[in-house]
Design a protein around this ligand. Structure first.
Ligand code: AMP
Length: 281
């Protein structure tokens, strides 16, 4: 495994790939890798001549009362999973180098980052946009792979990539789920067996709402109520139907929409979503 820890080394690696006429595929992660991350790495390894993943638990996207210090760190297992998934170079910057003494510059993506997780976690998208900018500058990829699991984050990064003229294609990959429907997440490790059983209600609620949309329901309130009906045993942060590109709430299904949910199950805050497109709209 080729482990790179500084931005200078990272840029030198990317320069060498480009000189060898290999396109660069990049998968940013916070580690504690699972099959969801592996699917992104396999896609990058298959599509691009050179694939690199980053592992960085980004302090600026966590509020002081959140789980930054407890976030699972499983570096050796992560390297093994990346290797198995066809990614043999990992960028692991140090937090002190990313945010050196006197650090003062943040990227703020207006409007699209304001609702949902942007409201519940006001520091979150600013931290994400800032770290992704810094990672893009170090890696200089041709393509960056994200997943629908964090659909709102994808919308923010797409907007930022366009607005700041990054010459990078943003690829959005599907959500990988456990056999019972629970979306894979590094934070699922926080769940005890009883919470793990309850957590499946997030995907169950989303699937039930999707069935309703497939049968013709177009009123957001009815669709949200169907999902909420399954969420009685967890502490719901939000359930919203939003336009897929802008993440603004909609009253009716028209065009592409995303039904998003965030809920606390024990000390784990879990998010999930489904997309739906009304082809007759
Ligand atoms: P994270 O390590 O949680 O920051 O996630 C890194 C990348 O993996 C993001 O693009 C996530 O959307 C993606 N990811 C997380 N969970 C899944 C999943 N269940 N299926 C597919 N991709 C995922």
């Amino acid at each position: 495994m080729n482990i790179i820890t500084t931005a200078d080394e990272m840029r030198a690696w990317s320069f060498a790939q480009r000189r060898a006429e290999r396109s660069i595929g990049f998968v940013p992660t916070m580690g504690a890798l699972h099959e969801g991350h592996a699917s992104l790495m396999r896609a990058a390894a298959e599509r691009d001549g050179a694939a690199v993943a980053s592992i960085f638990v980004n302090p600026t996207q966590f509020a002081p009362n959140e789980d930054y210090s407890q976030y699972p760190r499983t570096f050796d297992a992560d390297c093994a999973l990346a290797d198995r998934s066809g990614v043999h170079t990992i960028y692991v910057p140090h937090a002190k180098a990313m945010y050196s003494e006197g650090y003062s510059t943040y990227v703020n993506v207006e409007r699209v980052s304001e609702g949902l997780c942007g409201k519940s976690r006001p520091q979150f998208f600013r931290g994400v946009a800032t770290v992704v900018t810094k990672l893009f500058n170090a890696v200089q990829p041709d393509r960056a792979y994200f997943a629908q699991k964090d659909a709102h984050q994808c919308a923010v990064i797409r907007r930022m990539t366009r607005d700041l003229d990054f010459p990078i294609e943003i690829v959005e990959m599907p959500i990988v789920r456990e056999a019972d429907g629970l979306a894979m997440s590094s934070r699922n490790r926080y769940l005890n067996p009883e919470e793990r059983t309850r957590a499946v209600c997030l995907s169950r609620g989303l699937f039930k709402a999707r069935t309703l949309m497939e049968s013709g329901e177009r009123v957001a309130a009815a669709i949200i109520a169907a999902a909420r009906d399954e969420l009685k045993d967890v502490e719901v942060d939000y359930v919203e139907l939003v336009a897929a590109d802008t993440f603004t709430p909609v009253a009716r299904v028209e065009g592409a929409v995303t039904l998003v949910v965030a809920a606390w199950v024990g000390k784990a805050r879990l998010i999930d979503n489904i997309k739906f497109e009304d082809c007759n709209a």
